[in-house]
Design a protein around this ligand. Structure first.
Ligand code: PSU
Ligand code: MN
Length: 307
C-alpha cells in the first residue's frame, strides 16, 4: 500500500522532520467550526507565526481533496476559514469516506492526532479538547478525542476542558483509558476560559524539559497513547468564573431547547457563548491558543533535544 495516496506532508515539514527540528501540529476544526471568519484565519496564521518565533515549524493539518495534509499553505487556511461550517468536521469515523471520496475535512483533535502520527509529529497545540459532555450518563456523548488520546502517540497541549463538559467525568474517563493529565505550573485543571475548575490534574510539571522527558519515557517504554498537557490561560486574559459559567449554562439550555446534539453540539455552544459574551470569550480563546503554541514549541524543541 502506498500511503502517499492518502498523506501529503509539505516540503517544509518533511525537511524539519528529516533534520530532527521541532515541529508543532495544529488543528483545523478550530478554524472552520471554532471561531468566526475572519478572526479564525487571522488566529491560525498568527499561531503559525508564534510557533516559528519560538523556533519550531508549524504543521496545520486538514483533509484536502481526500488527503491527510500535514502543513497547510496560507491559501488552504484561508479556504477552510472562509468555508466555515460548510466543511465537514472530521473525526476518526469520518476518515474512510472523506479520503475515498476525495473530499475536504477540518480535523478535530482526534483526527489531527492521527495526521500528526502518520507524519511523525509528536507535539500538537490547540485550544480545548473534547470530553465527556454534561448529561453523558444519558446521551453517551463522549468525544472521540478521549479515545484518541488513549491510543495515538501524540502529546496534546491545551488550556484544559471547558465547563460545557462534565470535567469530573472527563477526568475519570482519561484515568480509565490510561491518559496522563499534566498541569503546566499548576495543580488545578484549568477550565479553558478560567484558570480554576476545582479539579486536580494528575501531575504538576514546571518546565518544557520535564514534560518532554515524561513523554520520552512513554515512547521508550512502548506505552501506547498520548498525553494531555493543560496550560492555564494567562491571568490577564482569564474570564470571571461566575460570568462565564452563567453564560455557558444559558448556551446549554438553548442547545437543549433547540434539540441540537451530536457533532453539532460543541460548535453551537462555542458560537452561542461568543454571542452571549459579546466577543469576550473569543478574545480569551484566541489568547489561550497563542499561549499553548508557545509552550508546545518549547516542548517540541526539548523533545528533539533529548531524542
Ligand atoms: N473546543 C474548543 N474549540 C474547538 C473544539 C473544541 O474550544 O474548536 C473542537 C476541537 O476540534 C475538538 C472538537 O476536537 O471540537 C470536539 O468535538 P466533539 O465534542 O464533537 O468530539
Ligand atoms: Mn460528541
Amino acid at each position: 500500500m502506498n500511503i502517499d495516496k492518502y498523506l501529503f506532508v509539505s516540503d517544509e515539514v518533511k525537511l524539519a522532520l528529516e533534520n530532527k527540528k521541532p515541529v508543532v501540529a495544529l488543528e483545523s476544526t478550530i478554524i472552520s467550526h471554532g471561531m468566526p471568519y475572519p478572526q479564525n484565519v487571522q488566529t491560525a496564521l498568527n499561531v503559525e507565526k508564534i510557533v516559528r518565533e519560538n523556533g519550531a515549524v508549524p504543521a496545520t493539518i486538514a483533509i484536502i481533496q481526500g488527503r491527510m495534509t500535514v502543513g497547510l499553505s496560507p491559501e488552504q487556511i484561508e479556504y477552510l476559514g472562509k468555508k466555515g461550517l460548510e466543511v465537514t468536521k472530521a473525526s476518526r469515523r469520518d476518515l474512510p469516506v472523506l479520503l475515498s471520496r476525495g473530499m475536504d475535512g477540518a480535523t478535530t483533535v482526534a483526527t489531527t492526532m492521527i495526521g500528526a502520527s502518520m507524519a511523525g509529529v509528536r507535539v500538537f497545540a490547540t485550544g480545548g479538547v473534547g470530553g465527556v459532555h454534561r448529561g453523558a450518563e444519558v446521551t453517551m456523548d463522549i468525544s472521540a478525542d478521549l479515545e484518541e488520546l488513549a491510543s495515538t502517540p501524540v502529546m496534546v497541549i491545551c488550556a484544559g476542558a471547558k465547563s460545557i463538559l462534565d470535567l469530573g467525568l472527563t477526568l475519570e474517563y482519561l484515568e480509565t483509558r490510561g491518559v496522563t493529565v499534566i498541569g503546566y505550573r499548576t495543580n488545578e485543571l484549568p477550565a479553558f476560559y478560567t484558570t480554576h475548575s476545582g479539579f486536580s490534574v494528575d501531575y504538576r510539571l514546571d518546565t518544557p524539559e520535564e514534560i518532554a522527558r515524561a513523554f520520552r519515557v512513554k515512547i521508550d517504554c512502548g506505552l501506547s497513547g498520548g498525553m494531555l498537557v493543560t496550560n492555564p490561560i494567562p491571568e490577564q486574559y482569564a474570564m470571571d468564573l461566575d460570568y462565564i459559567n452563567e453564560n455557558i449554562d444559558k448556551a446549554i439550555d438553548e442547545m437543549n431547547a433547540r434539540g441540537i446534539h451530536g457533532k453539532a453540539s460543541t460548535p453551537f455552544l462555542l458560537d452561542m457563548i461568543q454571542m452571549l459574551t459579546g466577543g469576550k470569550s473569543l478574545e480569551a480563546n484566541i489568547q489561550l491558543v497563542y499561549n499553548n503554541a508557545r509552550l508546545a514549541s518549547r516542548v517540541a524543541a526539548a523533545l528533539v533535544a533529548n531524542g
